[in-house]
Ligand binder design. Sequence first.
Ligand SMILES: [Zn+2]
Length: 211
Amino acid sequence: MPSSLPAVQIEQLRRNAKRLARQENIPLHESQDRLAQSEGYKNWSLLAKGADQAPARARPPAPSTRRYYLHGDQYEPDPARYYCAECDVFFGPEHFDEAHRVDHGERALKATERFEKSPDDFASRVHRPKDAPTILAAAIAAAKAAREAREAARSPFHRWLDKQKDREDPVGDLANDILHGKHFPTGTASLPAVRRYLTDHLASREALGGS
Ligand SMILES: [Zn+2]
């Protein structure tokens, strides 16, 4: 039988089921059953009651660790669905045509990099195949290319700022403001353009050298 789910996970599934019902315009009991089945239970009420009552035959081959999904990853129990990390729901492919708060490719790229660097204790509790199927392969490649292009176009000044960001002084503050600001002219070598940016976006007398 499926291993007993912790209450917090059941609560998360309950929320996911509500969202899924809304998104798919299906009755709540149907979305609940669907999620319960993906966890190896026959239906939602068996899942909610806990593992003791769940029939043994409903159990999927249980991996020792939980499958971890990144933005865009294909859902193992239902290959027609993919994980949207921003909505925290598995959706059909068309969902990823909708613009989200963060660009899909960039989110997926960053999530993959973070996951690959994740600490051992986390990696021992979850698993994700090395080349997990994702709907965002092209978007990730585009995000990577865009990042490389941005990197190649950076001015020496912008690269220098990167080395100042840990300083505990106004120069460090300035470096962080600029590096985290979206609109800084990263490719420019022109002092007037940099000054214009600083005046418009920071207007900090201290950072501008008290001028
Ligand atoms: Zn979404």
